[in-house]
Design a protein around this ligand. Structure first.
Ligand code: C2O
Ligand code: CU
Length: 460
């Protein structure tokens, strides 16, 4: 393992990756070659009104990474082609799929080198709003554009008059519209380094037309590397129908809901009846509230009533058996270690954070031992404590949990894969370990993830 690090520093060439061969036995390997391909590639993007932003990265042929649509219970496959000049992978955030398809270098698959491909194939078990992104050099790769939305449809879901999907993210650009340094170490040790330009689907405050008086399904994915949003809709009624992909037990009115990096929110928006009336999705957090997108009522009013909307179809999730649960403590903290191990792919060069005192920047290779081992099919309760002064959107791969008993937040009963834990909060995340494999558990503020707030758990 040590040899792999030494050998490969600065020499990321496919054939030269001796460690890749050593690791090969670890992985079940790619699926059969898929006829659908998706390239990860460099691009220029029109994000500001000025010059195109150079050095952006995207998936597919268009400017913005495509929304990938799947159907619950139906096989999906896609070949990733790496047209970047660095290794990459695709992680399917929130999808409970086989470990070998989870897209984490060192843990679940080898890197996909420039010019190489990898075949992903799986059957999504749950419907909802999810997303996809690399799990390698992520501050750069996600920060420069590699993040797209996944929509898994359930034919049993109620019909809406329209659907709008919004990929919400920031960009760190200077006044000339070009990328500036992605992070400042002192900010990485705090809330993270914020972007300067805020976008929905890579546009600043875009406007969408929607049927007047109609019911619109708004699917929001918070794909930014840093920013936590506090969302409201002004000028129209908006009800929360799903959190992090999973339907809520009872719909409720949206009112300054905190949505952290990695989280998703599905809303039912009841458009105003008056033709031309405009509703706005806004973020009220921080000192500069922002309008993220607007929706303009068009056509003669449909006069829908939100109370007529039937419930979303439930996903087949196992209910934790709390009478037979094993508790596992997880404490978030700053890290005492000064320097991380040498990174192969995009280490930030600092250790600021840790989980249970163990810092692991997940792109520095050589995963430490799993922080917990679980037995398939059994119920576990993660007792998570956040004594740090920052909020952390904690994401668990491959499994979903029920957040319970927060010391700080009023929780709506739902299943989730990403929990935004507040400063000084204690919370319990209850889950059934029903997916075998090594599953990463990390903060989705990418600077925190990349400077130590990463770990993984094992289900056997
Ligand atoms: Cu959104 Cu470890 O991922
Ligand atoms: Cu964090």
């Amino acid at each position: 393992m040590l040899k792999r690090r030494t050998l490969l520093k600065g020499a990321l060439v496919a054939g030269a990756y001796a460690g890749g061969l050593a690791l090969a036995g670890r992985f079940s390997g790619a699926a059969a070659r898929s006829t659908t391909t998706l390239a990860a590639r460099p691009t220029e993007a029109l994000i500001t009104d000025g010059a195109p932003t150079r050095g952006a990265m995207t998936y597919g042929d268009g400017e913005v990474p495509p929304v990938l649509r799947m159907t619950r219970g139906a096989p999906f496959s896609l070949r990733l082609d790496n047209a970047l000049d660095e290794p990459t992978t695709v992680h399917w955030h929130g999808l409970r799929i086989d470990n070998g398809m989870d897209g984490v270098p060192f843990l679940t698959q080898p890197y996909v080198y420039p010019g190489d491909g990898f075949d992903y194939a799986f059957t999504p078990p749950d419907a909802g709003t999810f997303w996809y992104h690399p799990h390698c050099n992520t501050l750069t790769q996600i920060g420069r554009g590699l993040a797209g939305v996944v929509v898994v449809e359930d034919p049993a879901d109620p019909a809406f008059d329209a659907e709008i999907v919004l990929n919400l993210r920031d960009w760190r650009l200077g006044g000339d519209g070009q990328f500036i340094a992605q992070f400042k170490p002192r900010d990485a040790a705090r809330a993270g380094t914020f972007g300067t330009v805020r976008t929905a689907n890579w546009r600043q405050s875009p406007q969408y037309d929607a049927p007047a008086g109609g019911l619109v399904r708004l699917r929001l994915a918070a794909t930014d590397v840093t920013r936590i949003l506090s969302l409201v809709v002004e000028g129209a009624q908006a009800q929360v129908i799903a959190l992090d992909g999973n339907p809520v037990a009872e719909r409720f009115a949206l009112d300054r809901l905190l949505v952290g990096p990695g989280q998703r929110l599905d809303l039912c928006l009841r458009m105003p009846d008056a033709e031309g009336a405009v509703a706005a999705l806004r973020d009220l957090r921080g000192t500069k509230p922002a309008t993220l997108a607007t929706f303009r009522a068009v056509g003669s009013p449909l006069k829908r009533d939100v109370r007529d909307l039937s419930a979303l179809a439930a996903n087949p999730l196992a209910e934790p058996d709390l009478s037979a649960a094993t508790e596992i403590p997880f404490v978030l903290s700053a890290s005492a270690e000064e320097r991380p191990k040498d990174g192969i792919c995009g280490s930030l060069g600092y250790n600021f954070w840790a989980i249970n005192k163990v810092p692991w920047a997940d792109d520095t290779g050589d995963p430490t031992a799993p922080l917990a081992e679980m037995k398939a099919g059994r119920t576990y309760v993660f007792n998570v404590e956040n004594p740090t002064p920052q909020a952390h959107p904690l994401h668990l791969h491959g499994l979903v949990f029920r957040p319970m008993n927060s010391s700080k937040q009023v929780l709506r009963p739902h299943f989730s894969d990403t929990y935004l834990i507040l400063p000084d909060e204690k919370v319990q995340l209850a889950l059934v370990a029903d997916n075998v494999g090594d599953w990463v558990f990390h903060c989705h503020i990418i600077e925190h993830q990349k400077t130590g707030m990463t770990s993984y758990v094992r289900v056997t």
